[in-house]
Design a protein. Sequence first.
Length: 310
Amino acid sequence: MPQEKVIVTSAVTGSAHFPSMSPYLPITPQQIIEDAVKSADAGAAILHIHVRNPENGMPTPDIEIFKEVLSGIKARTNAVICISTGGGMGMSTEQRASPVINLRPEMASLNFGSMNFSVFPQADKVKEWRYPWEKLSILASEDYIFPNTFRTLREFLTIFSVNDTKPELEIYDLGMVNNLAFMMRRGLLKPPVHIQFVTGTLGGVPSTVDSLTALYNATRIAIGADNFTWSAIGAGRYQMPICSVALAMGGNVRVGLEDNLYVSKGVLARSSAEQVAKIIRIMRELSLEPATPDEARKILGLKGLAKVNY
Ligand code: KMH
Ligand code: ZN
């Protein structure tokens, strides 16, 4: 049954896209803050945040930059902030966990298994590189394994629990549903959990209706329908179709330039807010309304902005 209120997340920059791919990808703290605030104004209840080195757009775990961005967003909107602990290629697990330890956000992503995570085929589309690191990094992703071992997951879960940060469990494949059920059986994750089903990344499931329903059904069977809330991502071309399927299935949705640089065929999105506005137009045609940040806090059982450390 579709729910009446839908949580829209905007993932404004990520680490899988590169500055040379779009002039609109936010890079500096100010650009990331602006895009996040515009997304919130357009109706996003959650803002998923990575940060970049303002000099060259490279993803960075720098706590001072995270702090500047988070406090800049908090000064201008009540939206929930969900920090990434996926980080970027080459970051250690300590670096990826440190924003949670230092800033104690309401939510953070937690990628629920190791995988090949590659973006190298996108190199062919770039005509001119703005920064030397970009080409090296994109080509190196052919050999990249995104490390999220059981030990890493256990350590991350302890850190999340100590800081009262709700994990958003990023599930890219059926095996990760199994990992999630295992961690729940061990008592390391308490229901209801919140899941982000990620389709369309190279290394994960494709963006198809079959993939999304398979992930959803496997989760329902493994942990029980009442024990989770969920959202979906269609990375790339299938962003809006997958989000629309998720709406019909009663799920929540994530859009943003982290997942897709375009707003329609051949048209680069000038901001993640354009994609937020688009999915909300689709929702309203389906008689669904976006949840406010406070409604999202209630649905997800979050601790509230008064308890963050930024
Ligand atoms: N860094 C990517 C491999 C997340 O934000 O948690 C995946 C990622 C997801 O960044
Ligand atoms: Zn992310």
